[in-house]
Ligand binder design. Structure first.
Ligand code: PBG
Length: 325
């Protein structure tokens, strides 16, 4: 048989396949999430996230050092607030000596080269488990934005490199940029969760931080999974308001959104492979139904191929170790 073109030539062996690979996931792509808790020498596995832990500060610092040594360049910090500290104002989120502020300082002192991104949202601090202040049973957008801006400034002063608002309130990126400018935090960037969907895949994360909504759901602020155009609206507004990096979340169910956004914007695009995506692979692998390593690699590659510059993933450490092997 004569064929003018034989496409399989470029798939003959591993060497040629790697030479012509269009996408490559590398150590520079990762944002590593951390769940930090009060206490000393705490390291507790999150039941719905096998192999992932909540750690107290000194263990977190040790782990950040280790991750840096194997190639990680950025961490994304979440804290678990004690129940007794939770309220409806976010007071615990603003303390100069709060767990987040202490953690930022300790990590930057121990590993100055690593970039520290911090979660800016009220849900871990909220008695209602919502990302906003609740007034008469509703999420109070404007009151929440004022607290988020103050929270972002406190993270910046503690040494954060980027603040990452994950709340989906209207106008928060502009308010945060303005507050950072007003407090001489000109060097601090904003990575906004621009297209964050009201997703079932956040379940294990809410276990990790004990932050599930106490009433209702998050559909009045997080986006409807049915919508595409709205993701572009949200993202372009965040960029106008001053977002340096935009994010799509979750990742694997929203690869079309990642590509739409990548084609439209001129800022770096991040995606979050969220807790439920991780848990799903872990669970299927534990049953012997999928090969975990292959599922990790294929999912990360797909997220990157869709148009992602930065991937937040609970698989970062496993992948970094694999790169070293
Ligand atoms: C809340 C927040 C959530 C996640 C990151 N920030 C959960 C939520 O919106 O309820 C989810 C991350 C994950 O599932 O891995 N501000």
């Amino acid at each position: 048989m004569f064929l003018q073109r034989r496409n399989r030539i470029l798939r003959t062996n591993a060497a040629i396949r790697s030479l012509v690979a269009e996408t490559n996931v590398s150590a520079n792509d990762f944002l590593v999430p951390f769940f930090i808790v009060e206490g000393t020498y705490v390291k507790e596995q999150i039941p719905s996230m096998p192999g992932y832990y909540r750690m107290s500060l000194e263990n977190t610092v040790l782990h950040v050092k280790h991750l840096y040594s194997i190639g990680a360049r950025a961490v994304l910090l979440f804290i678990k607030c004690a129940d007794t500290e939770k309220d409806n104002t976010g007071a615990a989120a603003l303390r100069v000596d709060g767990l987040m502020q202490k953690s930022i300082k300790a990590i930057k002192e121990a590993v100055p080269e690593i970039l520290v991104f911090t979660d800016v949202a009220l849900d871990p601090y909220s008695i209602y488990g919502h990302d906003g202040i609740v007034t008469n049973g509703l999420i109070n957008n404007d009151a929440t934005v004022a607290v988020l801006a103050a929270m972002a400034v406190s993270h910046a002063i503690a040494g954060a490199d980027f603040v990452a608002p994950s709340d989906m309130m209207d106008g928060r990126v502009a308010a945060i940029r303005r507050a950072l400018e007003n407090h001489q935090q000109h060097h601090v960037g904003i990575m906004s969760y621009s297209a964050k969907y009201a997703s079932c895949w956040y379940g294990p994360f809410r276990d990790a931080l004990d932050s599930a909504p106490g009433f209702g759901d998050k559909k009045t602020y997080q986006m409807n999974p049915a919508n595409r155009i709205e993701a572009l609206k949200e993202t372009s507004m965040d960029i106008q308001e001053g977002a340096d990096i935009v994010m799509i979340k979750p990742a694997l169910s929203y690869l079309d959104i990642i590509r739409d956004i990548k084609n439209k914007v001129n800022v770096p695009v991040a995606a979050y492979q969220v807790s439920g995506e991780y848990a799903m692979i872990k669970a299927a692998a534990a049953q012997g139904w999928v090969d975990e390593q292959a599922a990790m690699i294929e999912s990360l590659l797909s997220i990157k191929r869709a148009g992602t510059d930065i991937i937040a993933t609970y698989y970062a450490e496993t992948y970094l170790k694999l790169l070293q092997a």
